[in-house]
Design a binder for this molecule. Structure first.
Ligand code: AHR
Length: 329
């Protein structure tokens, strides 16, 4: 009853652009000992970024005394939906998840809402017309990340025309089809490179955010495409897979083919410092502390911002060499 009343109040607060809510159980924090119980439905373990993100969430929950029920959906939406349903059944205080794809969440989120359990989106957004289905969304601005990648290429277009034919021929390794970072990083990149008619994307395919996927797609591109100047990979792992394919083809990554990626995880930064990648846009996976703080605020009935954007930077080869040793993930 308490939950239902507070969720109703939350829906009203939405109109003001902020939202507060209270979670499961009969007390504000749910369980008998006062500890918060959070159900977290993770996308999978597809990349170095995801591994760092999961560790940040698990370590922070432990440090804060939050009881975390954590599931790995192996990049399948149906597994995430099952996990969320099981958290609803277990009457957790709060649910959080990083949606593998943008669409198809309304039904399960309605179920959470009916059960009076607030939902926090982390990392990736959902595409819904019903804003009352989640309290807040914590994560990166993926369009801005794509724009930063595109801006570097526009600024370095002359150097990136490796074969000197007057055109900068880009191949794109997209993230998981239908995932917010794949859609938005493509959109941001395209919007910026459209200002320079010498730059064009000649081929674009998903590598599913994995190293193997990036390698396989790049092998196929090297067979099918003439005069590739640049690889734009939506994450480091696919870029690292592309490096393997480029080297196997007897070419020098970073020189014969320029490489731009997103994430800035340690392996990507090492490749950048070594000269095999040319530019990385950071996507910060260490969302655990902010997520747990938001969860506590929501369950305490405090207003929280509707959107919390992660602060991020970019790295050149020289900058990567400087920070590599102290890189946390
Ligand atoms: O949603 C964030 C993206 O998901 C990361 O950039 C990628 O590495 C991960 O798999």
């Amino acid at each position: 009853m308490v939950k239902k009343t507070l969720v109703a109040l939350s829906a009203i607060a939405l109109g003001a652009g902020t939202l507060s809510a209270c979670g499961g159980g009969d007390s504000a924090s749910g369980s008998d000992d006062g500890a918060i119980t959070m159900g977290f439905a993770q996308v999978g373990a597809e990349s170095g970024w995801r591994t760092a993100n999961s560790a940040s969430i698990q370590d922070t929950a432990e440090a804060e005394g939050i009881e975390l029920k954590f599931s790995d959906a192996q990049q399948k939406q149906e597994n995430q939906i099952k996990a969320i349903r099981s958290y609803i059944q277990q009457d957790v205080d709060i649910i959080s998840f990083s949606p593998v794809v943008e669409t198809g969440w309304d039904a399960v989120l309605q179920e959470a809402k009916r059960a009076g359990i607030p939902v926090i989106l982390t990392d990736r957004a959902v595409d819904t017309d019903d804003e009352s289905l989640y309290v807040t969304f914590l994560g990166s601005d993926f369009v801005a990340e794509g724009e930063k990648a595109g801006q570097w290429l526009v600024d370095n277009a002359a150097d990136s025309d490796v074969d000197g034919d007057g055109d900068v021929n880009v191949v794109e390794l997209q993230g998981t089809t239908g995932a917010a970072p794949a859609i938005d990083r493509k959109e941001g990149f395209e919007s910026v490179i459209s200002s320079d008619p010498s730059i064009s994307i000649s081929a674009s395919q998903t590598g599913d955010f994995t190293r193997d996927g990036g390698k396989q797609v790049m092998e196929a591109f090297l067979q099918s495409e003439e005069g590739i100047d640049v690889v734009y990979a939506h994450n480091d792992d696919m870029g690292l897979g592309a490096i393997e394919a480029i080297e196997a083809a007897g070419l020098v990554p970073g020189e014969d083919i320029k490489i731009i990626t997103v994430d800035a995880v340690r392996d990507g930064m090492a490749a950048l410092a070594e000269g095999k990648i040319n530019f990385i846009v950071e996507c910060n996976p260490l969302l655990g502390p902010q997520l747990m703080e938001l969860a506590q605020q929501v369950l305490d009935g405090e207003e929280v911002p509707r959107r919390v954007v992660t602060e991020e930077t970019t790295f050149t080869q020289e900058q990567a060499a400087e920070v590599l040793e102290s890189r946390e993930y």
